[in-house]
Design a protein around this ligand. Structure first.
Ligand code: G3P
Ligand code: CA
Length: 321
């Protein structure tokens, strides 16, 4: 039976696709993205990395900002995850997106008499008692809110990179210093990536002043401004390496403006495959998605499309005995 393979004309580029049904030589279909399928992309020395960052972990597959969502990201072939860091009343850094606990935990059931459910008003011991998984799916019952330390430990085990968002820092004065102190005690996170590999760590926030202070504390670490920096101000913000706006607020010209100023750009949060294809066509450096598996498929397809040296041919049958 005839079989097909990818022949790479120059020794420069490999796309490896691993699925339960597809052979290693097949390229994922563009029209029908499959969720939960792992795709990994190997970077040639001469190519810039394109990254599908797993937003709040792989939060389309598992409860956001939990260890389960980090595990899911690793399992689905993500290289980089994003998560949000806040602080408890007894000064423990934890993963949480909202500034209150109601949406993603059972806090109202466990503490029915508390007037407010702000992260900042709960101790770590109290937060430990919360179920952070059931709201997403009963299969995740018992999942807890992880500390920042626990999350870093898990990323180290999984060998995943990190986009760390300092969430609402005005509520947590000095949080950037605590984050920097924790990271500085772990050499791995301060490593500088080679130019053609994804960054080990990016620190980001919607609060650009805090991004600036964090950059002073962690000068070797790339930093990102979240939100849309006005065109006229982009060059003034070149001390940050990256601008990550909401994808609905930008267009191709904006991507070019950012890159012409020497910064990179990875918009958030894109879950639709055709939108991923659109922003990749604009030349973004990556994007942030709840579905890193679909994102990896979009990136793999984009790389094949944009490389005329890659062609699909029918090899001699003798190659397969
Ligand atoms: O990484 C950027 C993105 O996470 C910002 O939006 O609200 O999901 O934290 P949000
Ligand atoms: Ca975030």
């Amino acid at each position: 039976m005839p079989r097909f393979g990818i022949v790479v004309a120059a020794v420069s580029f490999v796309v490896a696709v691993s699925t339960s049904t597809a052979s290693a030589a097949q390229v994922p279909e563009q029209s029908e993205p499959k969720r939960g399928v792992s795709v990994s992309v190997e970077y040639a020395f001469s190519e810039r990395p394109l990254i599908a960052v797993a937003h709040r972990g792989a939060s389309g597959h598992a409860p956001e900002n939990t260890l389960a969502s980090l595990d899911a990201a690793g399992r689905l072939g993500a290289e980089t995850v994003e998560f949000d860091v806040q602080r408890t009343s007894d000064d423990v850094l934890v993963l949480m997106h909202d500034t209150t606990l109601e949406r993603t935990t059972d806090v109202v059931k466990v503490f029915p008499d508390r007037g407010s459910y702000r992260v900042a008003d709960f101790t770590m011991a109290e937060i430990r008692r919360l179920d952070a998984g059931s709201w997403f799916d009963p299969a995740f019952e018992g999942e807890t809110v992880p500390t920042f330390e626990e999350a870093l430990d898990r990323l180290e085990e999984l060998d995943l990179n990190l986009f760390l968002e300092i969430k609402e820092p005005k509520l947590y004065p000095g949080i950037e210093e605590e984050i920097a102190a924790e990271l500085s005690g772990r050499d791995r996170w301060l490593e500088t990536a080679s130019p053609h590999r994804p960054d080990r760590l990016v620190v980001q926030s919607f609060d650009w002043e805090v991004v600036r202070r964090s950059k002073e504390l962690l000068p070797s670490v790339p930093h990102a401004l979240l939100g849309r920096v006005p065109e006229s101000q982009i060059s003034n913000h070149a001390w940050a390496q990256m601008i990550n706006p909401n994808h609905t607020t930008i267009d191709k010209a904006y991507v070019k403006r950012v890159q012409d100023a020497g910064l990179t750009i990875m918009p958030y949060t894109i879950n639709d495959r055709s939108r991923m294809d659109t922003v990749l066509g604009w030349g973004v450096d990556g994007f942030i998605t709840d579905f890193p598996d679909v994102g990896q498929q979009a990136i793999a397809a984009r790389r094949v499309e944009s490389r005329p040296s890659v062609r699909i041919v029918k090899p001699p049958l003798s190659l397969f005995g």
